[in-house]
Design a binder for this molecule. Structure first.
Ligand SMILES: C[S@@+](CC[C@H](N)C(=O)[O-])C[C@H]1O[C@@H](n2cnc3c(N)ncnc32)[C@H](O)[C@@H]1O
Length: 236
């Protein structure tokens, strides 16, 4: 996969590209992430990429021509262009899974009061990372890239993201590691029993219970299966 990120703050991404799983995915060539400085596509001698809004009003608006030039240069017939915006659909794990199957994503980061609305005519999806307003689209672009990159084949073990919270609208079971006891805080006995069948059953039960407790909306969206109802009944 190729991810092209369009920004006026390219340095924002330095640490992101050099850290943890994203760094490893780039090294393994599972993904190529290119950062493009939008200012380089400004035809203004001061590299200005914003201007006052037509009709008046507060703040500055990012101009259309630099976006047009850069998008038309990068875009292939199969590319998906995404504008990060608080006006978009709120991003979720299912969308991360869908986007991880694409070959080429172009992520556009806005700033100031946003972008000239003609940019939206070049966009396939408008995506928000939540119902709040940030100063720019850089953090949202990192969030999308991170969520997508970890789903690419070979980046992390497939079993790992298949049992991640929100896969199939369920949360992950609670996890523990060594030591077995610390100052009276203990690990559930079943997990140190070595009995794989019981451990599996405990995890299935805890995934259902955790979801019911923390995210009842997910159970409403995807009701309990017959198997899950049976597990709950067996453990009343
Ligand atoms: C200050 S915001 C502009 C908000 C705009 N005036 C509005 O009311 O829709 C500047 C930029 O930050 C990014 N941004 C802010 N909040 C975001 C969110 N929740 N999700 C995705 N991008 C966001 C967008 O790229 C946006 O163009």
């Amino acid at each position: 996969m190729i991810i092209d990120i369009v920004t006026i703050f390219p340095n924002f991404f330095n640490e992101f590209l050099e850290t943890s799983i994203v760094k490893r995915a780039i090294a393994k060539e599972s993904v190529t992430i290119n950062i493009h400085d939008l200012r380089e596509y400004s035809n203004n001698k001061h590299k200005q990429i914003d201007d006052t809004p037509y009709g008046g009003g507060v703040g500055m608006v990012m101009t259309f021509p630099p976006f047009y030039e850069l998008i038309t240069k990068l875009k292939q017939p199969f590319s998906k262009v995404i504008f990060l915006t608080p006006q978009g659909n709120v991003f979720n794990q299912n969308q991360a899974v869908d986007l991880s199957k694409e070959k080429h994503l172009i992520l556009l980061c806005g700033h100031y009061e946003g972008v000239d609305a003609r940019v939206l005519e070049l966009v396939d999806y408008e995506i928000s990372i939540g119902d709040y307003v940030l100063t720019g689209g850089e953090i949202p672009a990192m969030i999308l890239s991170d969520a997508i990159v970890r789903l690419l084949p070979g980046v992390i073990m497939e079993e790992s993201h298949q049992s991640d919270s929100l896969s199939n609208d369920r949360l992950k079971y609670p996890q523990y590691t060594k030591p077995e006891e610390y100052k009276g805080y203990i690990v559930p006995e079943v997990l140190v029993s070595g009995h794989h069948g019981n451990i599996e059953k405990y995890r299935e039960l805890m995934a259902i219970k955790t979801t019911m407790e923390k995210r009842p909306d997910l159970i409403e969206k995807t009701p309990l299966t017959e198997k899950e109802v049976k597990i709950l009944e067996e453990n009343k």
